[in-house]
Design a protein around this ligand. Structure first.
Ligand SMILES: Cc1cc2nc3c(=O)[nH]c(=O)nc-3n(C[C@H](O)[C@H](O)[C@H](O)COP(=O)(O)O)c2cc1C
Length: 398
């Protein structure tokens, strides 16, 4: 699948790709990068294919910060997938142009604190750069920050730590443009910072991998966790005690597990028959597929706003959502109908600039009135004021 994606990107000249959730470099991600390398008339190496790698671990970041490993480059050259010149140029070019450091976020997350992880990766970037300084053209890999950014203060903090850019995720899901149901957007708009929780993930259920989801207003997380506990405790659906099985059918699946299995067989027979073949003489695997039916469909119920499944909505969300809601309370951005995604980004960035300046002034010994210290998103200018207050307004505007 990855090879097909890279084929498509190269054929259609996609010039920038974000690679995320990699545990290691793969030949295909390296191939995308190398296939864009050329030498300009000036002698400079040109990287025509930009790569943004999103990571949450230093060891993975390091692989993207360094030139591609020799064995992978040689393999690509031998397979005729890159030219001899590209293989040669690869020696002096890091695999990625940008590294997005992802701290505690919505969805799949390692839940690392940004204040720990970001400085660690920036220091790693600088160390690798110093090490490679003698090897030709100096490349500066930008390091950006993601995870927990939903307010100007959070963005300003990331920039103060040295981030070159910031990325938001959770807050975008409650925007007008997001493909989520109005019911889910209302739940997101009502979330506080403590309203998120970890729950088993549909794609890696058996391995115990979790995703961060919204807890308030939905029972998904507790129901999914119950399924995982049952999965751990029994060797197959047939081994689940009758009372327990009955409770699962009545409270979570709302139908007999035999029917769910029949649907599961139909689903995978069309898309991925191997899944069913592998479960044929493996009752534990069959149980996992049945439980994954619930986990897989629950995101769709949320997106569609399925009323009969309102308590089963699986909504990926991190604490940034609650922080955003607190910040915009009482402003035009409180109702979800007004939350346009580009505007959210503009307000966060403008507010981050404001917060940074307030910080600089404080460092310089300027004492500011409390009302000046926080950026409030406002589309409508307040009526002009007089006297000392007018002076404050002029200062704020400048
Ligand atoms: C609903 C949702 C879906 C996401 N899907 C993906 C995805 O498919 N691939 C990915 O790399 N990151 C995905 N993310 C993570 C975001 O791209 C981003 O890194 C993260 O949300 C930033 O942290 P925040 O949620 O605290 O803002 C998703 C996040 C959310 C909230």
């Amino acid at each position: 699948m990855e090879r097909d994606v890279v084929d498509l990107c190269l054929r259609h000249q996609v010039r920038c790709v974000e690679a995320s959730a990699f545990l290691d470099l793969t030949p295909q991600v390296v191939r995308y990068r190398l296939a864009g390398l050329s030498r300009a008339a000036s002698g400079q190496v040109r990287a025509g294919n930009r790569l943004v790698a999103k990571i949450s671990r230093a060891e993975v970041a390091e692989r993207f910060l360094r030139p591609a490993p020799e064995p992978i480059v040689r393999g690509l050259l031998d397979a005729g997938l890159v030219t001899a010149e590209q293989a040669e140029l690869a020696r002096g070019v890091p695999v990625a142009d940008d590294i997005t450091v992802e701290a505690d976020s919505g969805g799949h997350t390692d839940r690392r604190p940004l204040t720990v992880l970001l400085p660690e990766i920036i220091a790693l970037r600088d160390r690798v750069r110093r090490e490679l300084a003698g090897s030709g053209q100096p490349w500066q890999v930008r390091v950006g920050a993601a995870g927990g950014i939903g307010t100007p203060a959070a963005a300003a903090a990331a920039f103060a730590l040295g981030a070159a850019y910031v990325v938001t995720g959770s807050v975008n899901q409650a925007s007008v443009e997001a493909s989520q149901s109005p019911a889910t957007k209302r739940l997101l708009a009502g979330a506080g910072t403590a309203d998120c929780v970890m729950a088993p993930s549909a794609d890696m259920f058996e391995m115990g991998v979790e995703v961060q989801v919204l807890q308030r207003g939905t029972m998904f997380a507790s129901r999914a966790r119950r399924l995982y506990e049952v999965y751990r405790a029994h060797d197959g659906i047939e081994a689940i005690p009758a009372a327990e099985r009955d409770a699962l059918e009545r409270k979570i699946f709302l139908r007999p597990l035999d029917d769910v299995w029949a649907d599961t067989v139909r689903f995978f027979t069309e898309r991925d028959p191997d899944q069913i073949a592998r479960a044929a003489d493996n009752p534990k695997r069959r149980m996992a597929l049945v439980f994954r039916w619930y986990l897989g469909l629950s995101s769709g119920w949320s997106i569609a706003g399925e009323p009969s499944r309102a308590t089963d909505y699986q909504i990926w969300c991190g604490p940034a959502m609650g922080a955003f809601n607190t910040w915009v309370a009482g402003t035009y951005l409180a109702p979800v109908e007004n939350r346009r995604v580009a505007d959210i980004a503009t307000q966060i960035m403008r507010g981050a600039a404001f917060s940074s300046r307030v910080g600089h002034l404080r460092s310089a010994g300027v004492r500011l009135p409390v009302r000046c210290a926080t950026y409030i998103p406002s589309l409508i200018p307040s009526p002009p004021r007089t006297g000392a207050a007018a002076g404050l307004d002029r200062w704020e505007q400048s």
